[in-house]
Design a protein around this ligand. Structure first.
Ligand SMILES: [Zn+2]
Length: 159
């Protein structure tokens, strides 16, 4: 979910990787019991016990939907979301993999720009440099091999 929040259509275009059409049109279905209640992820895959319907059913029925929010730049604050649902929100495996890679590239872009700015001003202490160096993206956390080389599915198959 954090990758969806940090990436907007403009961010992706600035990185030179415009979002595929199904992703820029994708929405996240949400449900809340009243205007003051927290939002829940209204999806068959959600296992939240606060959603109407049986979370333990073998195939859960589609929960009711009160709101649809664009997935890119997901504008619902974390404080307005059920914490259990916030950890589960997803689009489909291929779109989630794309967002994970794009978010890592966005972090790498910000990291390189911070380093360039510091090199130009040449006023960092060794501690600032060490902190910047330790935040280097694109290392560790190997991306899930299961999602590589899979064709992009039509949106109907996403969620
Ligand atoms: Zn929930």
């Amino acid at each position: 979910m954090r990758d969806m929040v940090s990436l907007s259509d403009q961010t992706l275009r600035a990185l030179g990787i415009p979002a595929p059409a199904p992703l820029s049109e994708a929405t996240i279905a949400l449900w809340r019991a009243s205007p003051t209640a927290k939002y829940h992820w209204a999806d068959k895959r959600a296992s939240c016990r606060h959603l109407p319907g049986d979370p333990w059913a073998n195939r859960r029925a589609q929960p009711p939907v009160t709101d649809r929010v664009p997935a890119l730049g997901f504008e619902v604050p974390e404080s307005a979301l059920c914490s259990r649902c916030a950890d589960q929100i997803a689009i489909c495996p291929q779109a989630d993999a794309f967002l994970a890679v794009a978010a890592e590239l966005a972090r790498a872009d910000a990291w390189v720009n911070a380093g360039r700015k510091a090199a130009a001003s040449a006023d960092w202490s060794w501690l600032q440099f060490a902190r910047w160096r330790s935040r280097q993206p694109l290392q560790g956390r190997p991306l899930d091999r299961r999602h590589r080389h899979r064709p992009w599915p039509p949106l109907a198959r996403c969620g």
